[in-house]
Ligand binder design. Structure first.
Ligand code: TXA
Ligand code: MG
Length: 313
């Protein structure tokens, strides 16, 4: 069983230390419980996807304690500041341009140049974020495809031992995920309805587009929203020609090539995926050739992502 702990100063310190060590901590927010990891640690973020058993990589929300911390990882304009002032802390997630020098893992944003950020309105979440001193990537703390947890015991039931520690802050007040609003184009776009109403957003912003349910431009899992390399991708390959760059996997990969995981560890491979694709995607490289990746565990999500990138051409 994971440690189910009441919210005390000692347990908050323990939770922050667990995050620092790259572990997973489930914590309460006003919306639902989140499964948190150090957003700057690729491997820790990879563990989130593994724990949720997700067959694809969805970009994650970075949780921060204050607006200064948010501005260190994302680029705010006037609209974003106005929204933050009005609704933070609270159930509003802003999708903004990613600050290039920000330390958030590329895996946490699924390789995108945008980043989702929010300040949760829950004392335990805020204290944890302050104690940790950095952004915490956290999806809802449920296995993929299951209902979001609004009580600590839901988390334990759903995730079992996959979180090292679960902070019990009682039932969540909102009980519904945050509203996700993209400010990456001229007209703000509602990507997911949630705890802050569309009306409230329109009152402050004027016109707001609404992404079509389950599809449309930027919604979760759509390839348009993902990083696509300029080079073509050839998957499940073992031979490389000139003008091609090899992305290796496992102990049989040629020495000297960029290797997602020389040991064949899928968590390590997921942690490196987006960064290595970017590294290989240079002028002069026409094709990135990727060695076969096993189709189990995180390998499903890695293959899903590679397939999308290959199909985007
Ligand atoms: O209330 C909540 O938002 C909870 C608590 C824990 O904060 N978190 C949550 O996370 O619901 P998750 O991962 O289940 O949902 C995050 C949503 C997904 O729909 C994802 O596609 C979207 O935010 N998202 C994250 N980053 C994005 C980005 N850069 N562009 C577009 N959508 C993004
Ligand atoms: Mg969710």
């Amino acid at each position: 069983m994971p440690l189910l702990l009441p919210v005390t100063p000692e347990n908050l310190a323990k939770a922050a230390a667990t995050l620092r060590e790259g572990g997973l901590v489930a914590f309460p927010t006003e919306t639902v419980y989140g499964l948190g990891a150090d957003a700057a640690n690729d491997q820790a973020v990879a563990r989130i996807f593994e724990a949720k058993g997700r067959p694809s990589f969805n970009p994650l929300i970075s949780h921060v304690a204050d607006i200064e911390a948010a501005e260190r990882i994302a680029i705010f304009d006037g609209r974003a500041r106005k929204l933050a002032q009005q609704f933070w802390p609270g159930p509003l997630t802003l999708v903004l341009p990613r600050r290039p020098e920000g330390r958030v893992s590329l895996l946490a944003t699924a390789g995108l140049d945008t980043l989702a950020v929010r300040i949760p309105n829950h004392p335990a979440a805020l204290e944890l974020l302050r104690a940790f001193h950095g952004p915490v990537a956290a999806p809802s703390a449920n296995p993929s495809g299951k209902l979001s947890p609004t009580r600590a015991d839901h988390v334990v039931l759903g995730l079992g031992k996959k979180a090292q520690l679960v902070l019990d802050g009682g039932p969540c007040q909102v009980g519904l995920e945050s509203t996700v609003l993209s400010l990456t184009q001229e007209t703000p776009c509602l990507l997911r309805p949630g705890g802050i109403s569309l009306e409230a957003l329109k009152e402050l912003l004027g016109p707001v587009e609404v992404a079509a349910e389950g599809g449309a431009i930027q919604s979760p899992g759509q390839m348009e929203s993902h990083y696509a390399p300029h080079a073509k991708l050839r998957l499940n390959a073992i031979q490389v020609k000139s003008g091609e760059a090899l992305l290796g996997f496992g102990p049989t990969a040629p020495v000297g090539c960029l290797n997602l995981s020389p040991a064949g560890d899928l968590i390590e491979a997921a942690a490196h995926l987006f960064a290595y694709l970017r590294e290989l995607d240079q002028p002069g490289v026409d094709v990135i050739v990727v060695m076969p990746i096993p189709r189990h565990g995180l390998g499903l999500a890695i293959n899903d992502r590679l397939r999308r990138a290959a199909a985007d051409r």
